[in-house]
Design a protein around this ligand. Structure first.
Ligand SMILES: Cc1cc2nc3c(=O)[nH]c(=O)nc-3n(C[C@H](O)[C@H](O)[C@H](O)COP(=O)(O)OP(=O)(O)OC[C@H]3O[C@@H](n4cnc5c(N)ncnc54)[C@H](O)[C@@H]3O)c2cc1C
Length: 288
């Protein structure tokens, strides 16, 4: 698993992430960095994660790299209190605002969505374009959340649109591929029409085709979007999109909490899980 994890994470150290980020930047990609970690249940660990992010921002400045980081609400203390989570991200945003950085506040399991949106709205009111959010098209509520995000503030809105990686019950989430994709494209259109900046985060050819169709219809929307992909996933697609002239941002995770992250990614792709298993016995197995 550790050997296989190198496909999906830059490494355990911040320096590994910076190295990978610099390589990607040279290859014409934008980058967002994510210090792995979630479901933190004590304040000392939250503080540690904040300090690590502040050091990451400082190193990005020193390295002349784009300052863009992603962070999970429960790593910032959401499971302890909304105020702690708010204050932790605000500490990062104070630095980010001074250095022209951007912080993406991510979305986790459905039971965290209300609290995450509340904290995000407080942060957005204070930090505007420096902070962004994620919404998940698989949740039945998301179209409505998008409408509310668009209506609730005059501050700029920066949204990463994803399908959602968590297993959610049928009462609150679309279960089949087509329904999730239809919801994704409805949310995408709403966000464009509402004036948001959108990180179109997907490796799905059908959704990229849907995006391109909207951009053909409304060429001026191009300035308000970028495609976002995970490190190690569909590199063919990411090159194709980059070569077509649309900006592509690669999500570069790093840190010690790699096992949970890699396991989640493997569950998305059973073929890779099979290779992972064989890889335990056959060194050098090629994964494509
Ligand atoms: C930049 C970025 C940030 C994200 N942030 C969040 C977040 O904050 N919250 C959240 O819930 N989810 C997040 N996700 C995950 C997202 O919700 C989806 O689970 C993930 O992107 C897979 O969905 P898809 O749109 O690529 O479509 P899918 O239909 O799942 O996949 C499309 C194609 O890509 C391939 N593919 C997908 N995943 C993998 C993989 N791991 N390995 C190899 N091939 C793969 C599939 O085989 C398929 O061919 C993020 C995704 C990205 C790209």
């Amino acid at each position: 698993m550790r050997r296989l994890s190198t496909r999906y994470i830059a490494g355990e150290q911040r320096s590994d992430a910076l190295l990978r980020g610099a390589q990607l930047a040279r290859a014409g990609y934008r980058v967002t960095y994510d210090q792995l970690g979630e479901a933190v249940s004590n304040e000392a660990e939250v503080a540690e994660a904040v300090v690590e992010n502040l050091m990451l921002l400082a190193d990005l400045v020193d390295g002349g790299l784009e300052l863009n980081i992603s962070t999970k609400p429960t790593q910032m203390g959401l499971n302890i209190s909304e105020d702690l989570c708010h204050d932790s991200v605000a500490q990062m945003l104070d630095t980010a605002a001074m250095s022209g950085a951007f912080v993406r506040f991510e979305m986790e399991e459905s039971w965290t969505v209300d609290a995450t949106l509340r904290v995000f709205e407080r942060l957005r009111a204070r930090y505007g374009a420096t902070v962004g959010i994620v919404v998940q098209s698989m949740l039945l509520r998301t179209e409505n959340d998008v409408r509310q995000l668009l209506a609730s503030s005059t501050q700029p809105l920066n949204v990463r649109l994803v399908k959602g990686i968590y297993v959610e019950p049928a009462e609150i989430a679309f279960q089949d591929y087509q329904a999730i994709n239809d919801s994704y494209l409805r949310c995408l259109r709403l966000l464009f029409e509402g004036g948001a900046y959108i990180g179109v985060a997907t490796h799905d050819d059908a959704l990229i085709a849907g995006l391109l169709a909207m951009l053909t219809e409304h060429p001026h929307w191009r300035e308000r979007c970028e495609v976002q992909v995970l490190l190690g996933v569909r590199e063919d697609l990411r090159q194709k999109v980059r070569d077509s002239g649309l900006p592509v941002r690669v999500y570069v995770p790093y840190g010690h909490a790699w096992l949970r992250y890699v396991t989640r990614r493997l569950k998305k792709n059973p073929k890779l899980a099979r290779y992972a298993f064989f890889g335990l016995f056959r060194r050098g197995e090629k994964i494509s």
